[in-house]
Design a protein around this ligand. Structure first.
Ligand code: FE
Length: 347
């Protein structure tokens, strides 16, 4: 199941290389013959401008294939050593761990990357690195739910919230990863009891994406919702949705405990990458200061690097303590999380 390169969106033209040649940059022209092929599960407009900038800076062409995360992993699995892909960019540590388990990634041992990316945001053996951070938190209706009414994930199972919570279905990886983190912190039995409590508190059968949960709170269908921070930030940035979003407030859970559950978008170099050195350069580029700033901002996410500031909208949500759990755990506990939610009746 080889994909044809015609399916890739070619980002630069040979003209760039000829021009460079004309500028006597002969050694880099040898390099510029390089290219790097990226399989990406992100929306094209959220990554492509960055890849174009990489090409401008290095002369290395980037061929981008965008598809859904599961489809990309299936491709990598089927292509094995015939894969044209050098890099996989995807969301959720659970998806990255699936790629680790499918043995389609290679370890990148880069001192630069280890310094830039905090330890909990990269695979312990360098099999993947986070590019951006999001937190999965609780949102309350500003008026119907006082600020001190809830401050932890555990309280979502409290009978006080019967019929008042909106959250999407258990087949969504964000919820699976949240549950996987809870399993790591408190064990399976306690997490299963918690999940059953959450299910008992649902205002409606799980439906829609994260934004739909936020809209349902604003519409009065529920009083609390669980969603990723970037969905909320996106609403705040949208003049048509800003007023709706402002009816809600963020609750940063577990600030005196493990911290708010976080997840990432991340990148990895494939095991059989035809251009591993160019891929490594791209990875380092994606974690450079200016890339981090741009990527986090357009995706409404937090930068991975501690020396890069979050966007204004996110800064306005306030500082918070994030869970320091190594995110490879989310993939490790994924199967247990899925089964547990099923037993708890979480549709
Ligand atoms: Fe999402």
């Amino acid at each position: 199941m080889n994909i044809s390169f015609a399916r890739f969106g070619r980002i630069t033209r040979c003209g760039t290389m000829l021009l460079l040649c004309g500028l006597l940059l002969c050694t880099s022209v040898l390099h510029a013959a390089d290219e790097v092929n990226v399989y990406s599960a992100r929306k094209e407009q959220l990554i492509k401008p960055l890849l174009e900038r990489f090409t401008e800076q290095t002369g290395i062409e980037v061929n981008l294939l965008s598809a859904e995360a599961g489809a990309l992993l299936t491709r990598l699995r089927n292509e094995q050593r015939n894969t044209p892909a050098d890099m996989l960019i995807t969301v959720d540590a659970g998806n990255l761990q699936r790629a680790v388990e499918a043995d389609v990634l290679q370890s990148v041992d880069s001192e630069a990357l280890q310094q830039l990316v905090p330890a909990h945001l990269r695979h312990p053996d360098g099999l993947w690195y986070a590019l951006s951070v999001r937190s999965r938190v609780i949102f309350r209706h500003r008026e119907r739910v006082p600020a001190d009414a809830i401050n932890s994930y555990a309280q979502l199972a409290d009978p006080a919230w019967r019929g008042r919570i909106c959250i999407r279905s258990s087949d969504n990886i964000y919820n699976q990863s949240l549950v996987a983190a809870l399993i790591e912190h408190q064990g399976e039995a306690a997490t299963e009891a918690w999940a059953a409590g959450v299910v008992a508190n649902l205002a409606r059968s799980p439906q829609g994406g994260d934004t739909d949960q936020l809209l349902a709170v604003a519409a009065g269908e529920c009083d609390l919702a669980v969603a990723n921070t970037y969905y909320y930030a996106r609403m705040l940035n949208d003049p048509q949705q800003k007023a709706t979003a402002e009816q809600l407030a963020v609750v940063w859970p577990d600030q005196d405990g493990h911290g708010a559950h976080i997840n990432i978008s991340g990148a990895a170099i494939t095991r059989h990458a035809p251009h591993p050195e160019a891929a490594r350069q791209l990875l380092e580029f994606l974690l450079s200061e200016s890339s981090q700033q741009w990527y986090a901002e357009v995706n409404n996410e937090y930068p991975v690097r501690e020396d890069v500031a979050a966007s204004e909208v996110l800064r306005a949500l306030g500082e918070f303590n994030m869970d320091q759990l190594n995110l490879s755990v989310l993939g490790k506990n994924n199967a247990a999380a899925v089964m547990l939610m099923d037993r708890a009746g979480w549709r």
